[in-house]
Design a protein around this ligand. Structure first.
Ligand SMILES: Nc1ncnc2c1ncn2[C@@H]1O[C@H](COP(=O)(O)OP(=O)(O)OP(=O)(O)O)[C@@H](O)[C@H]1O
Ligand SMILES: [Mg+2]
Length: 346
C-alpha cells in the first residue's frame, strides 16, 4: 500500500512459524535480532517484539537488563507461542492512527479549527484545507502510476461545516448563495452546495438554535459519514458544539502572533484537552512572519506562514496543515499530485 506505514515488529525467536506469518502480511516490516545488544539497538523502531528468552544470546546485556530495556521502551511484548496462536490480536492493535503519526490514511477524518478569538484566520484555514484536500486527492487518484499499483485509495470528498454566530463567513468568503444548516437539516429536498469539490454547510444560528441538538447531531453524523474529510470552523464556546463534537478527531486551536490570541489559545487548549484528551488537541499559529521564531515556551504543532492573497485559497495553507496532521503519509499524496502538475501548490 502506498498510503500506509507498515507495523514495525522486532523478532527475537528461532520459531519458524513466526517468520511464515510475518512474511504473509503486507502490512508488517520486521527485523531479526538474537543478541541482546542488537535487540536493544532496534527497540526504538519497534511497535511489537516477539521474543523467546531461551533463544536469545546474552551479549552484551544480561536477560534481566534486556527485560528492563524493553519495559522502559514501552514496546508491546509477546512470546512466539502466543503470537502464533492469534497474530491478529497482536497486529491489529498496532494500527493506531495518531495525528502526526498516521499508519494509514483514515477513511474519514474530522478536523476542527477552533478559537475564542475572532479574525485570526479560522475560516480561511478551514476552506483552504478542504479545497486543497479535494484537489490533491483527485490529482493523486488520476495519476496512472497509482491506478496500476492497485493500492488502497483515499476518498476525495471534503466538507466544511461552520459553527458560528451571526452572518455566515462561508457565504461571504466564497461569495456563493447556498442553503444553510437550518434548511439542510430539516428539508429532505435541500441539497448541499458543492464548490471546488467541497460540500459547504453554512450556519444560520438564529434559526438553527431552535432545533433539537440530537436532530442536528444525526444530520452531522450522516454527512460526516459521506465525506472523507470534514473541516469544522468553530468559534468557542458555541451553543451547538455538542451536536458536532462527538465526531471531531482533532481539535486545532488557532492563534495568530498577537499575544492576546496566543494566551487565549493556550487557555482553550487546556479546556479542550480536559474534555477530549491531550492527544486530540493541537495548537496552530497562523500568519507567522518569516523572521519570528515563535515563542519557544509554546509547543506549536503547526505554524502557518503569512502568505500573500490568502483569500484566493490556493491550497498553500492547507498543504502545511495536512502535511502535519497526516504525516508521514501525506507526502505520498502530495508528491504524486505534485508530479501531476499541481503548480498551484508549489
Ligand atoms: N496565513 C495567512 N496569511 C495571510 N493572510 C491570512 C492568513 N490566514 C488568514 N488570513 C487573512 O486574515 C483575515 C481573517 O481571516 P478569516 O476571516 O479567515 O478569520 P476568522 O478567524 O475566520 O475570522 P472571524 O472571527 O471573523 O470569523 C482574512 O483577510 C484572511 O485572508
Ligand atoms: Mg470566520
Amino acid at each position: 500500500m502506498v498510503v500506509a506505514q507498515p507495523i514495525r515488529v522486532l523478532v527475537a525467536t528461532q520459531t519458524e512459524q513466526v517468520y511464515e506469518i510475518l512474511e504473509s502480511r503486507s502490512d508488517v516490516r520486521y527485523d531479526i535480532a538474537l543478541y541482546t545488544g542488537t535487540i536493544r539497538d532496534l527497540l526504538p523502531e519497534a511497535q511489537l517484539i516477539i521474543i523467546d528468552y531461551d533463544d536469545i544470546v546474552e551479549y552484551p546485556l544480561s536477560e534481566v537488563e534486556l527485560r528492563e530495556q524493553i519495559f522502559s521502551a514501552q514496546v508491546r511484548e509477546c512470546r512466539s507461542e502466543d503470537f502464533i496462536a492469534d497474530p491478529d490480536s497482536f497486529l491489529s492493535g498496532m494500527v493506531i492512527n495518531r495525528p502526526g503519526a498516521m499508519i494509514s490514511l483514515p477513511d474519514r477524518y474530522c478536523l476542527a479549527f477552533v478559537s475564542y478569538s475572532g479574525g485570526i484566520g479560522r475560516t480561511t484555514l478551514a476552506l483552504d484545507t478542504a479545497y486543497y484536500y479535494a484537489e490533491a486527492v483527485n490529482k493523486f487518484l488520476k495519476n496512472r502510476r497509482v491506478r496500476r499499483e492497485g493500492v488502497k485509495l483515499p476518498g476525495s470528498s471534503a466538507m466544511v461545516v461552520e459553527l458560528s454566530y451571526g452572518v455566515s463567513s462561508l457565504v461571504s468568503l466564497t461569495g456563493i448563495e447556498m442553503p444553510s444548516l437550518m434548511n439542510l437539516a430539516t428539508d429532505p429536498e435541500s441539497q448541499l452546495q458543492v464548490h471546488r469539490g467541497v460540500s459547504l454547510v453554512p450556519m444560520d444560528y438564529d434559526n438553527v438554535r431552535m432545533l433539537a441538538v440530537d436532530l442536528l447531531e444525526r444530520y452531522f453524523r450522516r454527512q460526516i459519514e459521506q465525506h472523507a474529510l470534514t473541516v469544522v470552523d468553530a468559534i468557542w464556546p458555541h451553543g451547538l458544539a455538542e451536536a458536532l463534537s462527538p465526531f471531531v478527531d482533532l481539535w486545532v486551536v488557532v492563534a495568530s502572533e498577537r499575544p492576546d490570541t496566543v494566551a487565549n489559545a493556550c487557555k482553550l487548549r487546556e479546556e479542550l484537552a480536559a474534555a477530549y484528551g491531550e492527544d486530540r488537541v493541537w495548537l496552530l499559529q497562523n500568519q507567522t512572519s518569516a523572521k519570528s521564531e515563535g515563542n519557544q515556551q509554546i509547543p506549536w504543532n503547526i505554524r502557518v506562514p503569512r502568505v500573500t492573497r490568502a483569500d484566493e485559497l490556493r491550497g498553500e495553507l492547507g498543504r502545511t496543515i495536512l502535511s502535519s496532521v497526516f504525516a508521514p503519509l501525506w507526502t505520498d499524496i502530495y508528491d504524486t499530485s505534485g508530479k501531476a502538475g499541481a503548480s498551484k501548490f508549489k
